[in-house]
Design a protein around this ligand. Structure first.
Ligand code: EPU
Length: 336
């Protein structure tokens, strides 16, 4: 086993915001055994674990060890006439995995096409888009305990999935590194989900196959969301807030056009993008930090923005939403 530790390297290529901060130590790992060895050698170290680096805002140099998960492998473990159980290494790129499913005609993740990031990061925030969440196809994941070095299996209940949320963002934050994820996928004829506003219109009346759904999602996302390769970003920077029905009724008097969706009991989900847009922030730019001109939920780095500048903009938006709507916007992105 040859581990290539590097010193004082820029993390710019490893985060989709393209923020130029340095990590004191850095190592890429290609297998779970390598990961175990690194963890064992660095029991006392401060760790930053990176997958695709697509849900992260770095605001300062990192004095510890950055571990980049670079494991690969997609394997059908079990199958019958109607379904297949597939095990995927944490380091696989999420969208590449979706493409693999389309090639193999396995259904369940087509609505999640083009989400940036790695497979290992997908359960942490229970990625979701166009009416589907990861939790719907998730069977289990394997994760390494940083404390004990043992692998533990988490099933769906263990993960405590919620809207962009799981146990890995809460009680177990920073304690486990996900090494692989197992999915339950369907074989044709697939049960597809075209319920999301905008997706059904795009697909027209025909009953679509999973490949056309993925294509429609790719078209919609490409038209609206910036490609991180061209303009640094982390997808939605904020979560869509849930507010009590009573508060919504009061706000509706003042803002009759405010879009809203009933959610859990007694709560209404408001698109954060609408709130930000309504305050005039869409397309706003402060040096190289900005709000994307096509989707107000996405903050962007036009080139040389620092993490601190993007954080400052995010905080200004959060404060303004609180002042004008009395709604607390939560960051979806992890700030370090
Ligand atoms: N809207 C505006 N201004 C904008 C954009 C949207 O007013 O600039 C309003 C419109 O009324 C629109 C509503 O917001 O109908 C909802 O917008 P959209 O359908 O684009 O979805 P979203 O709620 O803004 C969420 C996810 C996205 C995901 C889309 C599609 C969150 C935080 N974001 O966005 O996820 O792609 O739905 O399902 O839940 C991500 O997490 O990185 C991400 C991009």
């Amino acid at each position: 086993m040859v581990l290539n530790f590097q010193k004082d390297i820029s993390l710019r290529p490893f985060n989709t915001f393209g923020i130029d901060v340095k990590s004191k130590k850095f190592v890429g790992i290609q297998s779970t055994d390598e990961l175990k060895a690194v963890i064992k050698q660095h029991q006392e170290a401060q760790l930053l674990v990176l997958g695709g680096g697509s849900n992260l805002l770095l605001t300062q140099n990192f004095e510890g060890l950055t571990i980049r998960i670079e494991t690969r492998g997609i394997e059908i473990e079990q199958e019958d006439d109607g379904s297949a159980r597939v095990k995927v290494a944490a380091g696989e790129n999420w969208h590449d995995f979706v493409l693999w499913c389309l090639e193999n005609d396995l259904g369940g993740v087509e609505n999640l096409a083009l989400i940036p990031g790695s497979v290992g990061a997908s359960p942490i925030q229970n990625i979701g888009a166009y009416g589907v969440e990861l939790s719907e196809v998730f069977e289990s994941c394997e994760a390494l305990s940083i404390k004990t070095g043992e692998i533990k299996i988490f099933n769906k209940v263990d993960c405590q999935f919620g809207y962009r949320n799981s146990i890995f963002k809460n009680a177990l934050k920073g304690q486990y590194i996900i090494t692989s994820v197992q999915f339950n996928l369907t074989k044709a004829p697939h049960q597809v989900n075209t319920s999301y506003e905008g997706l059904s219109e795009k697909l027209g009346a025909k009953s679509p196959d999973i490949q056309s759904i993925a294509q429609a999602v790719i078209d919609i996302r490409s038209a609206k969301l910036p490609d991180p390769v061209q303009i640094g970003n982390s997808g939605s920077f904020f979560k869509n807030p849930l507010i009590p029905t009573k508060q919504f009724m009061e706000l509706q008097q003042q803002f009759p056009k405010m879009p809203h969706y009933p959610d859990q009991e007694g709560k209404i989900k408001i698109p954060a993008a609408w709130l930000i847009d309504h305050l005039g922030y869409k397309g706003y730019r402060m040096n190289d930090a900005g709000v994307h001109q096509n989707q107000a939920l996405v903050l962007v780095n036009y080139g040389d923005a620092s993490g601190a500048e993007i954080k400052k903009l995010a905080q200004a938006i959060k404060d303004s939403v609180m002042e004008n709507f009395a709604i607390n916007l939560e960051f979806e992105v992890n700030i370090l």
